[in-house]
Design a protein around this ligand. Structure first.
Ligand code: UDP
Length: 316
């Protein structure tokens, strides 16, 4: 089996490449590296089954040879990143999704879209199940990501229904772990970077908005099972353990001996007030549930971030 993974040098894309290679697949990873990094795939350099191509998949996509699976994981995913690259985010969710689907159609390959809990917007129900249509501001600052991913889901379903492409859609909830960028601006890397560099932790708003954090190995496991299933409709994958962002900041703060203080900054526009996946569908369909708790996940992630931080200090 040969897979194309767009966004293969990103946080999730690179872990997916590892997983597919471990299953004995050949992998062609593509990434334009605007938010991904070659460091995430450096360990695969000597692997004859792995190839990397620096490529913007919003440009026309041509791949020689057989392809059995296309995983479309390319996109900025951190709010500060997609606010910095709004046009690229819209293009990779729309035009690039069509390119990736055209490739799957041409090669008679299966296809899996990395979609997102952002499709639910600022939800007025919790937990969010797949049947909920969401509450998205179509013109707010986050819309470049939310609407691009909603368009990507609509496109994926159209290629499935109209052209018969064997498609799958995963709605990914907040995920953390090694290979997140220390400066990607999301809550976890921000808090850890701030704690490591002796700065106060910046909690936005009063910190009573909630998120549910899934460790990356659990997420990739769920995605792999979904990719092998016959399910075409969107499926949530995430960890349902919900906590407020203030609780999350406190939790990270407790990992540091000289406990940095917490300061409060303005809440970004349209920041979802609550987010928690209903994973009963994934449980029934795939027999999957997350296994790594926050304590173990944070330990593994902090270890990685500490090493990364030491490298940035060395380089100065
Ligand atoms: N957040 C925060 N401080 C930060 C970064 C983020 O309080 O330094 C909040 C953010 O406003 C949101 C939550 O943490 O409510 C999760 O943000 P993140 O950017 O990680 O991802 P999101 O779930 O919003 O896509």
């Amino acid at each position: 089996m040969r897979a194309v993974v767009t966004g293969g040098a990103g946080f999730l894309g690179s872990h997916l490449c590892d997983r597919l290679l471990a299953e004995g697949w050949e992998v062609l990873a593509m990434d334009n590296l605007i938010t991904g990094s070659e460091a995430n795939i450096a360990h695969l350099g000597g692997n004859p089954k792995f190839r990397f191509e620096k490529k913007d998949v919003s440009e026309p996509l041509r791949v020689a040879g057989e392809v059995g699976y296309v995983f479309h994981f390319a996109s900025p995913a951190s709010p500060p990143d997609y606010l910095k690259f709004p046009i690229e985010t819209l293009k990779v969710g729309s035009i690039a999704t069509m390119h990736a689907l055209d490739l799957a159609h041409e090669k008679k390959a299966k296809f899996l879209l990395a979609s997102t809990s952002e499709c639910y917007g600022d939800p007025d129900i919790s937990p969010q199940s797949e049947s909920y249509w969401g509450r998205v501001n179509p013109i707010g600052p986050r819309s470049v990501y939310d609407e691009a991913k909603r368009f990507a889901e609509a496109t994926t379903m159209a290629y499935h229904r109209h052209l018969g492409v064997d498609t799958h859609i995963v709605r990914i909830f907040n995920t953390y772990g090694p290979r997140m960028r220390l400066n990607d601006g999301r809550a976890l890397p921000n808090f850890v970077y701030q704690a490591l560099s002796g700065q106060p932790l910046t909690v936005y708003g009063a910190g009573n908005q909630t998120r549910s954090f899934c460790y990356v190995s659990d997420l990739v496991e769920g995605i792999y099972h979904l990719s092998q299933s016959n399910e075409h409709l969107p499926t949530n994958i995430g960890n349902p353990t919900e906590l407020t962002i203030l609780e999350f900041a406190e939790r990270i703060r407790a990992e540091f001996p000289n406990a940095p203080k917490i300061i409060f900054e303005p809440l970004p526009e349209d920041d979802p007030k609550q987010r928690r996946p209903d994973i009963s569908k994934a449980g029934k369909l795939l027999g999957w549930e997350p296994k790594v708790g926050l304590e173990e996940g944070l330990r593994l992630t902090l270890q990685y971030f500490k090493e990364q931080y030491a490298k940035t200090i060395e380089r100065r």
